[in-house]
Design a protein. Structure first.
Lengths: 155, 172, 387
């Protein structure tokens, strides 16, 4: 069973152009507010502990994903991160070629469940799993309470 | 519930706190589309450019389907033929809008509603603007006629009709 | 099919703007429902999540985004979506999970964060329209409510005062709801009739507000209820759902046929053949005041055109013969779309288990019905519950 007529000349078929516009403002949330104001004001990062499950979640959240208990006790996340995996970007998010390829990595900390995806400031040739890096923050006056308050990670 | 719960969860923010105080991220997705009009609507738009309204017939339920479609949603079979319908109709319902699509207030209200089209099966119609009416004269059941843009201004769009106006003395 | 009950419920405040992320809202409601049922997340076999379009929260695939807040991690998990019908539809999906025998205890969580959408959720509502037939006319979603309201009022010669009276009833009822956004003990019909005209005949106070919020229910089998010695289970007696064509301009909007079909489906299962007599109270979906009337008739609780009379005569007041929207409804408590589950199915649960506090209907009640409504005036879900 199919339509009784079918247009075969492509130019006779029309399309209608338009967009699906919207603007968004996402609050960082209750846990996010605590994490990002701390990052903005002191440059410190933290993880949320669930003692019952012996897990430290990073980025920190309001609750434990396993037992659903609240996780108000946070511990500092200090020390270097280890690069777990890298990718070298040659195109930006719109598909335009980047002048300089960028190194992005999944970063993990010892004893912490989770991690971050962030930029690593090394030449692509040096970007390898196992590399240890530390966060490089923007100057305090430029920080706004956003993940980009961390400029990038570097050895 | 209810007696046991001391504090109901949720942290209320005022508009000022929301926009200026709490940490947040702004984002604008830019999603652009070219929706395929498909078999029926491509012809519908082409006919609008010619100053005509077109429908499809279903032989089984004997309906004249408007807007046109390549399959009958009642009988679940392909529709059979094209047929031109008239550009006169009846107001089935309407509204007088004082807000635009972003919910901002507009000075001159817009008259909009559903017009069932003569020649199509009963109640089949489209949404469109009404013009040359006032809040006192517009009513459900009013007989109306399409006011077309001049041929050189038509693009193959529902806006090739400017609005629908009340039928005048002597018009049918 | 197995007997299925609701054994616990939770919800957050409904407000224009809440700070919590969607996940955090889900967690707050889930935790509350679990605590109310005396359970932990380990007792939950599967999770159902319901939410209206991703475009409100602004997170694509939002069901997947929030799942850890719903306790869904590493569990069977599914997101269901029927637009504004989701508030009553996701409990139906949870019902399927248990009635089928596949799971014994299911958590259903609904959430919405409309504040993320800038400048106003209205802008995104616009994408529901057909891009070729409707969007070139630059429509505001309020138009369709206005057109439906006009058709309903014209066909039945309804006076605007009787419609406005619904907004007054519900906003006053909402004073008894701890989560209410727009409760007002003093609001009058004059206030509604004098409020700002949006799209004639709809005025500002005829409309429920956009809100942020979440709600959750724990749904369990009869075996589970017996095993855990649950004290006040409230049973699903009938479920129904139905949808009409997207060619909405081909339909006469004065009566929701799809809702009547969904109601008949639910009533058949519940063995109800005289709804007005056999149902004690109702929570019809009330995003606009006229919708309560439209839905009362669609739920076959009265004849076509009769709902305004019942309202005028006080029958639908909390102390009337057919209390309608004793929760305060969307008009009084708020409208975070899918999360309205908490004031629809949630309210049936709280009323029928005697836990509705200040809102408790002051006589014995055994059976309640609720519906939700969604998409482009197309879809309805219906649930009948019994104590």
């Amino acid at each position: 069973m199919t339509f009784r007529e079918r247009t075969t000349r492509g130019e006779a078929l029309r399309s209608w152009r338009g967009d699906v516009e919207a603007d968004y403002l996402y609050t960082t949330g209750v846990a996010g507010e605590r994490f990002f104001t701390e990052l903005r004001d002191t440059g410190q990062m933290a993880a949320a502990r669930c003692d019952a499950c012996d897990v430290a979640y990073f980025p920190p959240r309001l609750y434990c994903e396993d037992c659903m208990a609240p996780t108000p006790d946070w511990i500092p996340v200090e020390g270097p991160a280890t690069v777990e995996e890298v990718t070298i970007l040659h195109l930006d998010e719109r598909g335009n070629r980047l002048a300089v390829p960028e190194v992005w990595a999944i970063l993990r900390w010892t004893g912490i469940h989770g991690g971050l995806v962030h930029r690593v400031a090394v030449p692509p040739a040096r970007a390898k799993p196992g590399l240890t890096v530390r966060p490089v923050l923007r100057p305090a006056a430029e920080r706004v309470g956003n993940i980009t308050d961390i400029l990038h990670f570097a050895p | 519930m209810t007696a046991k719960v001391a504090k109901w969860p949720g942290t209320e923010l005022s508009a000022k706190e929301f926009y200026e105080k709490v940490t947040s991220v702004r984002f604008r997705p830019e999603a652009k589309f070219a929706w395929s009009a498909g078999e029926a609507m491509s012809r519908f738009l082409a006919e609008l450019k010619e100053g005509r309204l077109i429908a499809r017939t279903c032989r089984k339920c004997k309906r004249v389907l408007f807007p046109p479609r390549m399959f009958c949603e009642e009988c679940f079979r392909p529709t059979d033929a094209w047929t031109v319908v008239r550009d006169t109709g009846t107001i089935e319902t309407y509204s007088i809008s004082y807000i635009d699509l972003d919910a901002k207030r507009i000075e001159e209200p817009v008259y909009v509603g559903v017009v069932s089209v003569d020649g199509a099966s009963p109640k089949m119609g489209i949404m469109h603007y009404f013009g040359e009416v006032t809040p006192e004269t517009i009513r459900i059941g009013m007989r109306v006629k399409a006011v077309w843009r001049p041929p050189e201004e038509r693009e193959g769009s529902v806006l090739d009709i400017r609005y629908w106006r009340p039928l005048r003395e002597g018009e049918k | 099919m197995r007997k299925v009950a609701c054994i616990g419920a939770g919800m957050t405040l409904f407000r224009r703007r809440l700070q919590e992320t969607p996940k955090e809202l889900c967690w707050e409601a889930s935790r509350m429902a679990l605590d109310a049922a005396g359970l932990t997340i380990d007792d939950i076999d599967a999770v159902v999540f319901g939410s209206a379009p991703d475009a409100f929260d602004g997170i694509h695939m939002k069901g997947e985004n929030v799942l850890d807040g719903c306790g869904g991690r590493r569990k069977p998990y599914v997101r269901v979506f029927t637009g504004g019908g989701t508030g009553v539809f996701s409990p139906i999906a949870a019902y399927w999970h248990v009635a089928s025998g596949m799971f014994d205890c299911v958590l259903v969580v609904n959430e919405e964060k409309m504040s993320s959408c800038q400048p106003h959720a209205q802008s995104v509502f616009g994408h529901i329209w057909d891009p070729i037939l409707d969007r070139p006319l630059k429509p505001n979603l309020v138009w369709i409510f206005a057109m439906e309201m006009n058709r309903y009022m014209t066909v039945h010669k309804v006076r605007y005062e009787d419609v406005a009276a619904v907004a007054v009833k519900n906003k006053r009822n909402a004073v008894g709801h701890p989560c209410a956004q727009l409760a007002d003990p003093n609001i009058t019909v004059e206030d509604v009739m004098n409020s700002e005209m949006m799209a004639w005949p709809v005025r500002r106070l005829d409309i429920s507000p956009p809100s942020d919020g979440a709600s959750a229910l724990v749904i369990a089998s009869e075996d589970f209820v017996k095993k855990h010695k649950v004290e006040s289970p409230v049973w699903f007696s009938g479920v129904g759902w139905n949808i009409d064509t997207t060619w909405w301009t081909d339909r006469d909007l004065y009566f929701p046929e799809y809702l009547a079909n969904a109601a008949r489906m639910a009533y058949k299962q519940a063995r109800i053949d005289r709804p007005r007599k056999q149902i004690d109270f109702a929570e019809p979906y009330d995003p606009f005041d006229y919708k309560e009337l439209h839905h009362m008739e669609g739920l076959l609780l009265c004849g076509k055109g009769e709902a305004p009379t019942l309202t005028r005569e006080g029958v639908t007041q909390r102390d009337g013969d057919l209390p309608t929207c004793p929760s305060g409804g969307l008009l009084g408590v708020g409208n975070p779309i899918a999360a309205t589950m908490g004031i629809k199915v949630g309210e049936l649960y709280w009323q029928l288990s005697g836990q509705a506090g200040k809102r408790q209907i002051p006589r014995e009640i055994r059976t309640g019905v609720t519906n939700a409504w969604g998409d482009l005036m197309q879809f309805s879900s219906v649930v009948v519950m019994r104590a």
